[in-house]
Design a protein around this ligand. Structure first.
Ligand code: UFG
Length: 339
């Protein structure tokens, strides 16, 4: 058993990062958060500390800043591993601001890898996305499914970072897991942490909850003429708490491996349409959502859902929570935000 339990969590004040910090603490790890708060809020730390009843070290650092990162590794290590979330993540925004995405997502990963190599930190869990697959020819997609061209600069940065990590793993002491998330949704059941979309939400679930709460007049369904049973796009929605637990499983697995670079899909294995998600939300929360049919959104793939068998087999991880659980927890979080 390795007595070193410190884990550096970049982007740890963000949506998935904050939930992962909670699960790390529950599993006996000692997370240290760095975040430059460009797309998150310091208040998330209060939520984390209320749930875990622990003070979590936090540093406001930009991961692209090599000197600041070296300094952190020097003074707050040694780390058992790094979980690297810090990145921009909006598909549409990446089309409008490609250079910001290339700078932030690629340089932060390069700096993390340089610091890990310099200080001999072995284990890396990387936050990737099913966006690396583009529009797959067949569903479900497995880790062996060939990548199509990325549909956005955001997707391309995830492809590049995965490649950069795989290349670095070759012939080095690095052990890495690349986690390809499908659609993370929901919030912690306590209602103490959740997603904080800035401005008008881009993603479906925060748009639904804000519409139900009366903050938006209506939700537009982006396209009802797709080649799917009800004409709307299909995605694989995964509860953020299940997703967070997968990071702990991945890190615990990495601890026992010789240098390796392994990739896992993280999804429920179920495909749900936009209409099914809206119907489920209305049903489980008994809240109406005003919906209008709109045009397709540029860049959307028609359907994608995961085969998550590999994560089950190797990491012994699978989803325990349902779409209904996630939509209930997302609504609890929305109500909490308005208190
Ligand atoms: N949608 C609507 N109306 C809205 C918002 C979304 O109909 O107001 C639809 C979209 O068209 C899509 C589905 O809801 O069919 C899900 O859209 P999201 O924006 O919630 O999620 P995406 O599937 O577009 O994006 C997510 C992550 C990305 C990741 C991508 C990979 O947010 O980070 O999956 O497919 F890259």
């Amino acid at each position: 058993m390795n007595s070193m339990k410190k884990v550096l969590v970049t982007g740890g004040a963000g949506f998935i990062g904050s939930h992962t910090v909670v699960e790390l603490v529950a599993a006996g790890f000692e997370p240290i958060i760095i975040d430059n708060l460009c797309n998150s809020d310091i208040s998330m730390l209060d939520g984390i500390e209320a749930i875990t009843e622990k003070n979590i070290p936090f540093f406001n650092i930009d991961c692209t800043d090599l000197d600041a990162m070296m300094d952190l590794f020097q003074h707050h290590g040694p780390f058992l591993g790094v979980i690297h979330f810090a990145a921009f993540k909006a598909v549409g925004e990446s089309v409008a601001k490609p250079l910001a995405y290339y700078h932030n997502n690629i340089n932060s990963t390069r700096v993390v890898l340089e610091c890990m190599a310099h200080f001999g930190v072995k284990n890396l869990v990387f936050s990737s996305s099913c966006t690396v697959y583009g529009q797959p020819k067949e569903n479900p997609v497995s880790e062996k499914t060939a990548w199509m061209s990325a549909s956005s600069p955001y997707g391309y940065t995830k492809q590049v970072c995965e490649r950069m990590i795989a290349d670095t793993s070759l012939g080095s002491n690095l052990s890495s897991v690349l986690l390809r998330y499908f659609n993370p949704i929901g919030a912690h059941p306590s209602g103490l942490i959740g997603e904080l979309p800035l401005g008008v939400p881009e993603n479906l679930i925060p748009y639904i909850t804000q519409t139900a709460a009366g903050l938006r007049s209506h939700l537009t369904i982006f396209g009802s003429d797709y080649n799917t049973p009800d004409g709307t796009c299909i995605r694989d929605y995964i509860h953020v708490v299940d997703l967070a637990k997968a990071h702990v499983a991945a890190l615990s697995w990495l601890e026992k491996q010789s240098p390796i670079c392994e990739v896992f899909n993280l999804g429920s294995g179920n495909g749900n349409s936009v209409k099914e998600v809206i119907d489920t939300f209305q049903e489980v929360n008994n809240m109406p959502v005003n919906v209008v049919a709109g045009a397709r959104r540029p860049g959307d793939v028609e359907q994608i859902f995961a085969s998550a068998d590999k994560a089950k087999e190797i990491l012994n991880w699978g989803c325990e929570l349902t779409l209904a659980d996630a939509l209930k927890d997302a609504w609890t979080w929305q109500l909490k935000l308005q208190e």
